[in-house]
Design a protein around this ligand. Structure first.
Ligand SMILES: [Fe+2]
Length: 372
């Protein structure tokens, strides 16, 4: 069976099985010949920079459901299945199995929060896929029945990726410290925040493994920044615009460290949808923006900060020893009320992983990819 192909100056037109006449650029076709990719390393081994002439077909036709091109000036034939061409014909982004619709949650989320037992996750990769799905959609989950060991936390992180260090190191211990460098290391109330915005790329996924919690007070506070940001967008669009477009400075300065980065309080993804928030009163640097701009920025910033504290959004609970709360650090805002340091033990051990690695693991567990 043959089908018409029209070779033009910079590309060609080919009739797809859908009946649509689609255009493909010659460079793109030559670059993406299946032989461009090493089947073992799966990396591109063809180097388009070294073509002597712009690629041009000496002949092109459709046979057996594929476009076949013989390239002029090269002893090379390329074959492209029409179904594969069709998936790129509209210039749309490649479908991403990890791009799931985010679902906002509110103050009543605690009983509904996705829960998985540590041993079950260790034993079942399909359960890991469900766990990561909950993380991508809701941004928070609770892992229960954690063994009382450092290794249990590392093992959990490794199910989705690598331990991601920050300037605090690979792991951090949240308990009362004698010379604290951070409010978390005291018994005082910890206002609502996301972690480590002073880094260029704040860590993506946070793990807090509770090893002991017998103190009075110290209620955990979590909220979905996405829910609040979307409400702000609806009710106060000008404020939303300011917070999603303006980068403000964050810092951490101690001893040999002078860490600085600028972040937008509301983070948008490539589609313009809210994908996260960055909020940290204790790491916010002096805003170095024009003073007249502050006239508009501060009221918007404060409105958002007050909205975060509304009961509508706040999930309150007490994390118990043996539980690990896992959450998207770019989306979920957390804090705790003050506790009495002398009333018992409180020890949370934490670490981070990357969002990108979490998405990678989810894709690998749920879809075939390009080389299957
Ligand atoms: Fe924190």
């Amino acid at each position: 069976m043959t089908s018409p192909v029209t070779v033009k100056d910079k590309g060609l037109e080919v009739a797809l099985p859908s009946g649509e006449l689609a255009y493909f650029n010659h460079y793109w076709l030559r670059d993406n010949c299946s032989t461009s990719f090493d089947p073992e390393t799966r990396e591109r081994v063809f180097d388009i920079f070294h073509l002597a002439q712009p690629p041009h077909p000496s002949s092109a036709h459709v046979a057996n459901g594929a476009l076949e091109i013989v390239w002029s000036g090269e002893n090379h034939t390329s074959r492209y299945p029409l179904g594969w061409l069709e998936s790129y014909s509209k210039g749309e982004r490649r479908a991403d199995p990890a791009e799931l619709k985010r679902v906002s949650w509110y103050g009543d989320h605690y009983p509904k929060m996705a829960r998985f037992a540590h041993a079950d996750l260790m034993a079942d990769r399909q359960l890991v896929a469900q766990w990561l799905r909950a993380m991508l959609v809701e941004g928070v989950s609770l892992v229960t029945e954690m063994p009382d060991s450092d290794q249990a936390l590392t093992d959990l992180v490794k199910l989705m990726g690598q331990v991601r260090p920050t300037f605090f190191g690979d792991y951090f211990d949240v308990r009362t410290h004698i010379a604290p460098t951070n409010l978390a290391y005291t018994a005082k109330a910890l206002e609502l925040h996301t972690d480590v915005p002073a880094e260029d790329l704040a860590p993506g996924v946070q793990f807090l493994h509770c090893r002991a919690n017998s103190v009075e007070g110290g209620e955990n506070l979590f909220l979905d920044g996405l829910a609040v940001a979307n409400d702000l967008r609806e009710q106060f669009p000008e404020d939303f615009k300011l917070l999603s477009e303006t980068a403000v400075p964050f810092y951490f300065e101690h001893d040999n460290q002078d860490v600085r980065a600028r972040q937008r309080v509301i983070e948008l993804d490539e589609n313009g949808d809210v994908s996260g928030v960055t909020i940290s009163q204790h790491m916010a640097d002096v805003f170095d923006l024009p003073q007249h701009f502050m006239d508009r920025y501060y009221p918007a910033f404060c409105r958002f900060g007050r909205m975060l504290q509304a009961d509508k959004y706040l999930m309150r609970f007490r994390i118990a020893a043996g539980e690990c709360i896992v959450f998207d650090n770019h989306r979920i805002v957390h804090g705790r009320s003050a506790y009495s340091a002398t009333s018992g033990d409180r020890y949370l051990r934490g670490t981070y992983a990357d969002r990108g690695e979490m998405r990678s693991t989810y894709r690998a567990l749920t879809s075939k990819g390009r080389f299957a």
